[in-house]
Design a protein around this ligand. Sequence first.
Ligand SMILES: CC(C)(COP(=O)(O)OP(=O)(O)OC[C@H]1O[C@@H](n2cnc3c(N)ncnc32)[C@H](O)[C@@H]1OP(=O)(O)O)[C@@H](O)C(=O)NCCC(=O)NCCS
Length: 168
Amino acid sequence: MIFRENTKGDLKSLERIYPAAFPDEDLLPVVRSLLTGSVDVLSIVAEDNGKVVGHVAFTICSVGDVSVGLLAPLCVDPAQHKQGIGSALVREGVKGLQERAIDKVLVLGDPAYYGRFGFATERAIHPPYPMPEDWADAWQSVSLGTGADQIEGPLIVPDVWQDPSLWG
Ligand SMILES: CC(C)(COP(=O)(O)OP(=O)(O)OC[C@H]1O[C@@H](n2cnc3c(N)ncnc32)[C@H](O)[C@@H]1OP(=O)(O)O)[C@@H](O)C(=O)NCCC(=O)NCCS
């Protein structure tokens, strides 16, 4: 298994695995924008014997004048779930963000999954759109130990994420 930054050529594989992993949600428009647009993003694929089997993206966003990473989406080919690929993608991405001196990563996702990487409920950084009350615990962050822990305010996201349907 290798983990590498994506190329535009990976899009075809992602067009196969995203609908399989997210049968009720079409994330391909976002994925295409992240891979082919001008968004500042760290986008990593997992490749197994030449076949792309997973993907994660971290969009560089800001809170005031501090850069933060927004983890989304994360996807593993359902045929290869529970082999540690999702975890390895998250950890590779976090390492890449630390190398870029990013202080914090945010995610909207299942606390039962992201908790294993140290993510915890985030209250001081506000998502770009109000979320349903019962989703409050799904908005999480992890600090990357670069010292700027006290970040607060609204999360400023690039155009690709300015769509309320992606937030609730
Ligand atoms: C979530 C996902 C990326 C995990 O990928 P993976 O390669 O199977 O993950 P790992 O092998 O690293 O970890 C698997 C573990 O996470 C657990 N897990 C997976 N999804 C979970 C969830 N939503 N909540 C809690 N635990 C979850 C599995 O049960 C498994 O537990 P175990 O280690 O006790 O067996 C994958 O299931 C997927 O693509 N799901 C569909 C898309 C999705 O939900 N993406 C995340 C959006 S927030």
